[in-house]
Ligand binder design. Structure first.
Ligand code: DMJ
Length: 673
């Protein structure tokens, strides 16, 4: 390269200035020089040009940044290390089990995203509700084998939201957002899934619940939820004003005592279990454990305490697997045994369970036929569970004796039996209502309970139904309703107790178990009649007794009601039969009829402060005249049968595995179908 100034000075001279050019200089003045050495020199020159103050400020800033750097490095180091490690672990897992990453959230889970999902889908948000600190888990025996998790979640969608609404509506109740699942048992999503702790040992047989535990859950529907709501309302009244006593008096906010044994509480135990009311059940269980004492100087009615207390304890034992209930059942069973110490072995009606003495009513030495022949399911089961045959021997003896007795009319039995002679008394009067009703029911049910082997029971049952057809069936006018009347010394009476409405259900159960098909036809006709006993009445509730019109009269319905009979005690029989009819036919009209009845109970018998009351006048909707008493069977039977009627789950107390006693307490069939 040459210098332009030299070239312009004259002719070219061959004088060369030898200049050794370093690379920077070779670029020429003003050219771009970015070499490290040049930059160093340049910086240094600039630094020298700065004032002392400027240099001090810059030095201070550098020192400050250096200190900050050291601090932040130590605190973030660990975090980075763990993030890095987790990330690596996850990558490894992802490689080993493809797809697992979805189940295990990534390094930084996205709670915001999950929350957003909840907002979008309220149902999902209820699948795993937050557990409030006060919520207690039930005892292990409350925790039944859980269905597969995916099925549980499916079930919860419909059920739990409605349960939540109920809970919210009930300000008194604390919220436990639990999941009501199949068979009414409460299962929380993350709860232990152990099977019931069945304490059954020799000679007990395993509970048939095991097999059912494998089945898929069926969601609880709106109508069932309405029944749960009714139960909770009734229970609130009992809890607030009658806790531990026999019956609630919901208007006077008080209670009545019959045996002083917490009758309503015991009668309601298995209902709570079936409904999945875990907290209520647990609270009641505590009362049974701590306060139910049978060593009391008190007279109890053998039949009533057997079907309600012994039956209730046995069924609760079977459903829950909790041996407490079996222990209590043994205790009361033993205390009732003195009733059989009679000359005829036909038991007395009353027993003092503290003293161990028994006696007939003061005015007679007779017992009621229905009473002495409707304690068998319970005592037989107690023998099976305890291995002590004395219970079964006593009650089987009664049946065998009654089987041989004269005084029947084509299988129909009189209403009374003498405890001294062992003979029927008050001959010539036949009814399927009060004092005889459950004799017929228990003939069939014992036969089923024992595996359909005890032929005498079946014979007596079949003969009795023929007797009903021959002597007691008539048709009313104008609707031609088939009804069961009464026979008194050869005279037919068109009177039918509401109690007789157990019969359609029993007939249907017999037909389901292989008995004559015409029993089912009769059942269909009779349940229609029982429904009309509600539908033709002003409140839509049946009276205790009706009289049917045998002759058409202008302006008259089929059903007539006498002033003395127009009360309603919240009885279960019609709902009970509706349940059987729906189970065996699948005809939804039976559910609809039951739904109407539930609504009318709510309309005319519900007491705002808690509880339901029996009423005196089903014909007066503006004043049904509350009687101020809630019978224990309203919780033990009526609401339970309602709940089962509205269910489409045939395994919710499967009728091929369980037999209901006459107080709606399910007991296992010994040889299930
Ligand atoms: C219950 O105690 C039982 O159902 C019994 O068999 C008849 N009476 C009441 C219900 O009505």
């Amino acid at each position: 390269m040459y210098s332009g100034a030299a070239a312009a000075a004259g002719p070219p001279r061959r004088d060369f200035i030898s200049v050794t050019l370093g690379p920077e200089e070779a670029v020429g003045v003003g050219g771009y020089n970015n070499s490290k050495a040049w930059r160093r020199r340049s910086c240094w020159r600039k630094w020298k040009q700065l004032s002392r103050l400027q240099r001090s400020v810059i030095l201070f800033l550098f020192a400050f940044l250096a200190v900050c750097g050291v601090i932040s490095y130590t605190s973030m180091g660990e975090a980075w290390k763990s993030i890095t490690n987790k990330s690596l672990d996850e990558q490894r897992t992802e490689q080993e089990i493809p797809g697992l990453k979805l189940a295990n959230p990534a390094v930084l889970p996205a709670p915001q995203k999950a929350d957003a999902n909840r907002g979008d889908n309220p149902e999902l948000s209820l699948q795993k509700p937050p557990k409030p600190p006060h919520v207690r888990r039930g005892p292990s025996n409350l925790q039944i084998r859980a269905p597969r998790r995916d099925m549980r979640l499916k079930t919860q969608h419909d059920t739990i939201r409605a349960v939540e609404e109920l809970v919210e509506a009930d300000k008194v109740e604390k919220t436990e957002k639990s999941i009501i699942s199949w068979r009414g048992a409460v299962i929380e999503p993350d709860q232990s899934t152990e099977p019931p702790s069945s304490k059954i040992k020799e000679p007990e047989k395993p509970s048939p619940m095991e097999a059912e535990d494998q089945k898929e859950p069926v969601p609880i529907n709106e109508r069932q939820l309405a029944v749960i709501e009714a139960f909770r309302h009734a229970w609130k009244g009992y809890k607030d004003f009658a806790w531990g006593h026999d019956e609630l008096k919901p208007l006077s906010k008080s209670y009545s005592e019959w045996f002083g044994l917490g009758l309503t509480l015991i009668d309601a135990l298995d209902t709570m279990w079936i409904f999945g009311l875990k907290e209520e059940f647990e609270e009641a269980r505590k009362w049974v454990a701590n306060d139910l004492i049978f060593d009391k100087n008190v007279d109890v009615n053998l039949f009533e305490s057997t079907i309600r207390i012994l039956g209730g304890l046995l069924s609760t034992y079977h459903l829950s697997g909790d041996s407490l209930f079996l222990e209590k059942a043994k205790d009361i069973g033993n205390r009732l045994m003195p009733a059989f110490k009679t000359p005829s072995k036909i038991p007395y009606s009353d027993v003092n369970i503290g003293r161990g003495t028994a006696h007939p009513p003061r005015w007679t030495s007779d017992s009621t036929v229905a009473e002495v022949t409707s304690i068998q399911l319970e005592f037989r089961e107690l023998s099976r569970l305890t291995g002590d045959e004395k219970f079964q021997k006593a009650v089987d003896g009664v049946m065998k004796h009654v089987h041989t007795l004269s005084g029947k009319n084509d299988g129909l039995v009189p209403m009374f039996i003498n405890t001294n002679s062992g003979q029927f008394t008050h001959l010539g009067v036949y009814t399927l209502g009060a004092r005889a009703d459950s004799y017929y029911e228990y003939l069939l049910k014992q036969w089923i309970q024992g595996g359909k082997k005890e032929n005498e029971l079946l014979e007596d049952y079949m003969r009795a139904i023929e007797g009903v057809k021959k002597h007691l069936l008539q048709r009313s006018q104008p609707k031609k309703l088939t009804f069961v009347g009464e026979l008194a010394h050869g005279h037919f009476s068109a009177k039918m107790d509401h109690l007789v409405c157990f019969l359609p259900g029993t007939l249907a159960l017999g037909a389901h178990n292989g008995l004559a098909a015409d029993h089912m036809k009769l059942a269909e006709a009779l349940i229609e009649t029982c429904y009309q006993m509600y539908a033709q009445v002003e409140t839509g509730l049946s009276p205790e007794i009706v009289h049917f019109n045998l002759h058409a009269q202008k302006g008259h319905k089929d059903v007539e009601i006498k002033p003395a009979d127009r009360h309603n005690l919240l009885r279960p029989e019609t709902v009970e039969s509706l349940f059987y009819m729906y189970r065996f036919t699948g005809d939804k009209k039976y559910q609809d009829w039951g739904w109407e009845i539930l609504q009318n109970f709510n309309r005319y018998t519900r007491v705002p402060t808690g509880g339901y009351t029996s009423i005196n006048n089903v014909q007066n909707p503006s004043n049904p005249e509350p009687r101020d008493k809630m019978e224990s069977f309203f919780l033990g039977e009526t609401l339970k049968y309602m709940f089962l009627l509205f269910s489409d789950d045939i395994d919710l107390i499967n009728l091929d595995k369980y037999i209901f006693n006459t107080e709606a307490h399910p007991l296992p069939i010994w040889v299930p179908a």
